[in-house]
Every structure is written in C-alpha cells, then in structure tokens.
Design a protein around this ligand. Structure first.
Ligand code: ZN
Length: 134
C-alpha cells in the first residue's frame, strides 16, 4: 500500500495522510490542516474562548449589577409606597386612639392638626430608627 502525502495548508509541510484528521469530501479523505496545526489552532481557540468567556462574565456581572440596582430601586419605591400607606389617616387615628383611649375617631378627625403632628412624630421616629439601624 503506497503512502499518500498531503501538504498542510497551515504549516505548508508535506505529511503522511495519517498526520491529518479524517474529513469526508477532502483530498484523501482528510483535513487540509495537519493534526499538529489543528492542535495549535484548538489551543489558540480555547484561549480566545477563555478570554471571551471572561469578558462575557464580566459583562454579565455588570449587567446584573444594573439589574440588582434597578431591583433595589423598585423595592425602595414599593417600600416607600407601603410606608406612605401605613401613615394614612386611618393608621394615624388608630395610633392616636391606642395612646389616648378616651379620644374618639370623630374627635381626632375634627382635629387635623393632631393627625399632622402624630404623623410627623411617627415619621421622625421611623427616620430615627433607620439611622440607628445603619
Ligand atoms: Zn500543519
């Protein structure tokens, strides 16, 4: 059986076909690039891919940081909404009545200044509590 040779398009060396990976449709049924060059190519490719992967991960983290920030903002908005709801007149009146059981809802409602002051007191207390927690 005669030994067939093929010139590698990469390194330009003429090598036995056994030095090439099989590939249908190519001359002698092997690739145009020798095994050695393929190995080099794959190493190069993997290195490039590792770089790309690293770049992708960095990009992903950056994107996620934005999403996380967005999420936090969204959360804060929701929290603030809830915070405001919890400071509705109804809530303030309940708070006032807990402290002053002899006051009726009607009496409190007739005195908006009382509600306003109580709201400010609760707001101040909460802000203050937040500061302490920090
Ligand atoms: Zn080669």
């Amino acid at each position: 059986m005669e030994i067939k040779y093929k010139k590698c398009t990469k390194c330009g060396e003429e090598k036995e076909v056994s030095e090439f990976h099989k590939m249908k449709g190519c001359k002698y049924g092997v690739r145009n690039t020798c095994k050695n060059c393929m190995k080099e190519y794959q190493k190069e490719y993997q290195k490039e891919n590792a770089d790309r992967l690293k770049e992708y991960q960095k990009e992903y983290r950056k994107e996620n940081a934005d999403r996380l920030k967005e999420y936090r903002k969204e959360y804060q908005k929701e929290y603030q909404k809830e915070y405001q709801i919890s400071l509705s007149d109804g809530y303030i009146i309940t708070q006032l009545r807990n402290r002053n059981p002899n006051l009726t809802t009607e009496q409190i409602r007739a005195n908006p200044e009382l509600i306003r002051l109580k709201r400010l007191a609760i707001q101040y207390y909460r802000e203050h509590l937040k500061e302490i927690k920090k």
